[in-house]
Ligand binder design. Structure first.
Ligand SMILES: Cc1ncc(COP(=O)(O)O)c(C=O)c1O
Length: 388
C-alpha cells in the first residue's frame, strides 16, 4: 500500500465534531473518517494557504471539468458543464431544493430507515415526511414498490429524496430498481432528489448507478447531489455539486441556491474537490480496500462473539448497520448503556426511523487498531446489557 491508513491520529482538541467526547471515550458515530485525506489534496490546500490571501472565491472552469471528468470516467455518466452548480454542501442543497421545488404542507417521500438529516430538511421547512419503509428480510433491504406507488400517488407528494447508495442500509440500488422508481415518480409528477454523496465508497468490484444515467425520464425529473467530501474525508471544506439536466428545473434550483446564499465557495472548497477528482483516484482505491477489510473484520468478529446480532451486508459506505433486535427493544437504550459502560459512542438507529429502532450504526472508517478497540468495547457493552 502506498498510503498509510493505519496511522493513529489524535483528533482531540481539533474542534472535530466526531471527537468532541470525554477523555477515554471512543467515537464511532458520525460519518467522518479517522484517516488523513489524500496527501495530494493536502498539498493543494497548502499551496492555496501559501498565497496568504483567502478572499472571496469564484467557481472556475476547472471545477466543472473535474466533476464532469470524474463521473464520465468512473461512473459512465455524461454531464454537461452547464448542468452543474456549486453548493456549500449536500445538506444545504437538499434543504434548498425542498424549499424551492415543494410547497409548505407538501409531502416528501423518504425510504426509511434513512440519513436523519433528511427529516430536518423536510420538517424544518414545514413539509411532511411520508415514509416508504424499506422491506427488510434476512439482513437485506429492498424497496416496497407497492407502498411507494401509494405514497407517490398522494396529490400532495411533490418530491422523493433518494439515497443512492443508501445510508444506513448500505444498498447500491440496481438499474432496474432505479428505473422503476423513476417511472413511478414520472407517472405521479414527483421530482427526485438523488443524494449520491456515498457513491465513491462502494465495495471494491461494485459500481453504483447514477440515477440520472438510467434513462431520459430519470434524468429529466431529477436533481442529483454529488460531492468529493465523503469519499475523501474533506467534509469540513463544505462543498458539493448539484447536477440538473432539465433546464427549467435547473433554473429553479439555481435561484434557490442563490437566494439561500449557499452557492459560493470558501477559500479551500474548490481546490479540495478539483484535486480529489483529478489526483485522488489511487488513494481512493486503497481506501476502499482498507474499508472492505475493516468491514470483513467487524462482521467476522460479530458473527463469532455476538451471534445474536445480524450485520446487514453493505455494498457501500463505511457504516456497518447492525440488526440488534434480538438483544434490545430500543437501540437508544442499548447505545446509552454501551457508552456509559465502555465509552464507545455509536449511533442508535432510532434516529433513522423505519425499522431502525432496534439497529445500531457503527462507523468503521478508522485504523484497524482503533477498530479492534471499538469492537471489544461493543462486545462488552452488548453482553453486559443482555445480562441486565
Ligand atoms: C446521505 C448523506 N447526505 C449528505 C451528507 C452530508 O453532506 P454535506 O456534508 O455535504 O452537507 C451525509 C453525511 O453523512 C450523508 O450521509
Amino acid at each position: 500500500m502506498k498510503y498509510d491508513f493505519g496511522e493513529l491520529i489524535n483528533r482531540r482538541g481539533t474542534n472535530s465534531l466526531k471527537w468532541d467526547v470525554a477523555e477515554g471515550e471512543l467515537p464511532m458515530w458520525v460519518a467522518d473518517m479517522d484517516f488523513k485525506t489524500a496527501p495530494e489534496i493536502l498539498s493543494a490546500l497548502e499551496c492555496k494557504l501559501k498565497t496568504g490571501i483567502l478572499g472571496y472565491q469564484i467557481v472556475p472552469e476547472s471545477w466543472y471539468k473535474a466533476f464532469a471528468g470524474w463521473w464520465k470516467r468512473r461512473h459512465a455518466l455524461d454531464i454537461k458543464e452547464e448542468w452543474l452548480c456549486f453548493c456549500t454542501g449536500v445538506v444545504p442543497a437538499v434543504t434548498s431544493a425542498v424549499k424551492r421545488i415543494t410547497n409548505a404542507g407538501d409531502n416528501v417521500v423518504l425510504q426509511t430507515p434513512v440519513y436523519d438529516i433528511f427529516f430536518h430538511s423536510v420538517e424544518n421547512t414545514g413539509r411532511h415526511v411520508l415514509e416508504n419503509p424499506l422491506l427488510y428480510s434476512d439482513g437485506e433491504y429492498s424497496v416496497d414498490f407497492y407502498d411507494l406507488e401509494e405514497k407517490l400517488a398522494d396529490p400532495l407528494t411533490t418530491m422523493m429524496i433518494l439515497c443512492n447508495p443508501h445510508n444506513p442500509a448500505g444498498r447500491v440500488w440496481t438499474e432496474e430498481e432505479l428505473a422503476r422508481i423513476g417511472s413511478l415518480c414520472k407517472k405521479h409528477g414527483v421530482t427526485v432528489l438523488s443524494d449520491e454523496i456515498h457513491c465513491d465508497l462502494t465495495r471494491p468490484g461494485i459500481d453504483y448507478v447514477p440515477f440520472a444515467r438510467v434513462n431520459a425520464d430519470c434524468a429529466d425529473i431529477s436533481v442529483t447531489c454529488l460531492s468529493a467530501t465523503k469519499a475523501f474525508n474533506i467534509a469540513g471544506l463544505q462543498s458539493a455539486g448539484v447536477m440538473i439536466s432539465n433546464r427549467a428545473l435547473r433554473e429553479k434550483i439555481v435561484r434557490g441556491l442563490n437566494s439561500d446564499e449557499v452557492a459560493e465557495p470558501n477559500a479551500f472548497a474548490i481546490e479540495g474537490a478539483v484535486c480529489a477528482f483529478e489526483k485522488g483516484e489511487s488513494w481512493l482505491e486503497e481506501l476502499r480496500e482498507y474499508i472492505a477489510a475493516n468491514e470483513d473484520t467487524a462482521v467476522s468478529f460479530i458473527n463469532e462473539k455476538l451471534p445474536q446480532i445480524i450485520p446487514v451486508k453493505a455494498q457501500a459506505t463505511y457504516l456497518l448497520w447492525l440488526d440488534c433486535s434480538a438483544v434490545c427493544l430500543s437501540a437508544e437504550k442499548l447505545c446509552a448503556h454501551i457508552r456509559q459502560t465502555t465509552g464507545l459512542y455509536v449511533t442508535a438507529g432510532n434516529l433513522y426511523r423505519g425499522n431502525g429502532k432496534t439497529f445500531v450504526r457503527l462507523n468503521l472508517a478508522c485504523p484497524r487498531e482503533r477498530l479492534s478497540d471499538g469492537l471489544a468495547r461493543f462486545e462488552k457493552g452488548v453482553k453486559t446489557y443482555m445480562e441486565k
